[in-house]
Ligand binder design. Structure first.
Ligand code: F6R
Length: 242
């Protein structure tokens, strides 16, 4: 794991955008794996700025997202479809037909999971996968206890995850209880992984990642098994590491 400790969230976002842009310039037909949540917002702002002011084009890029809430219509303001559209896609020259997320209202969840994994295998491997990390060590929505050989599947969200994501909803009751997520194995199929972590509330999780053995109890630890992970972390998130 290549570890880059940076001053703060803005520095993390800027460095992450440089890595994404380098990838897209090198291969304009790149496949990017994308995440939602607070962590990549700054990265996405920098990518939008790069498109508008530095001529970085996403016209031929394809994107595949990690996860989607189960039960939310794609037009729901809190769906990850909406998140990606509002915070990234609508600001770039990316073609919407080249953007993929799991379908949260599929008639059969099992079939949707199989379809999504097959899609990943068909268009992949992802050249560069962006990841955030939950305070419990989840990546995607692979909560503690998810096996290393997991593919795209439906998962019951931990209470801690629902509580943390409640900030995007009017109340905790509205936060879905389940999600469809790429599995650990799906994520590890990527050529390169960019893990972004920022803020004091992630400091304990970063310490676990750096100091504890690889285990299902802390899903992000499986990233140690991948040969090309860049971990950009800010000082607030890194400060507990011995
Ligand atoms: C989101 C995702 C999650 C988040 C994680 C951190 O698509 O897969 O693993 O990356 O929950 O969320 P934030 O960035 O909101 O702290």
């Amino acid at each position: 794991m290549n570890i880059e400790i940076v001053e703060n969230y803005d520095e993390m976002s800027k460095l992450a955008a440089e890595i994404v842009e380098k990838q897209v310039v090198k291969n304009p037909r790149s496949i990017l794996g994308l995440a939602t949540g607070s962590t990549p917002m700054g990265l996405y702002s920098n990518m939008i700025e790069g498109f508008k002011n530095r001529g970085i084009s996403y016209k031929q890029v394809r994107t595949i997202n990690l996860d989607e809430y189960l039960g939310l219509n794609r037009n729901h303001p809190n769906s990850y479809h909406s998140f990606m559209h509002e915070n990234l896609f609508k600001h770039l020259d990316i073609q919407m037909r080249n953007t993929y997320l799991p379908e949260g209202q599929a008639a059969s969840v099992d079939e949707e999971c199989m379809r999504y994994e097959a899609l990943l295998d068909r268009i992949g491997p992802v050249h560069l996968q962006i990841l955030g990390m939950g305070t419990n060590g989840h990546i995607g929505f692979n909560e503690p206890g998810t096996p290393e050989d997991s593919l795209t599947h439906c998962i019951e969200l931990d209470e801690s995850t629902r509580n943390s994501n409640a900030r995007f909803f009017d109340s905790l009751d509205e936060v879905p209880t389940h999600a469809i997520t790429m599995g650990i194995e799906s994520i590890l199929k990527s050529d390169k992984i960019l893990l972004l972590v920022s803020g004091k509330e992630k400091a304990q999780a970063v310490k676990m990642l750096m100091e504890e053995p690889i285990s299902e109890d802390f899903p992000a630890s499986f990233l140690w098994k991948h040969e090309d992970v860049t971990f950009i972390v800010d000082q607030d998130a890194y400060h507990l590491v011995e």
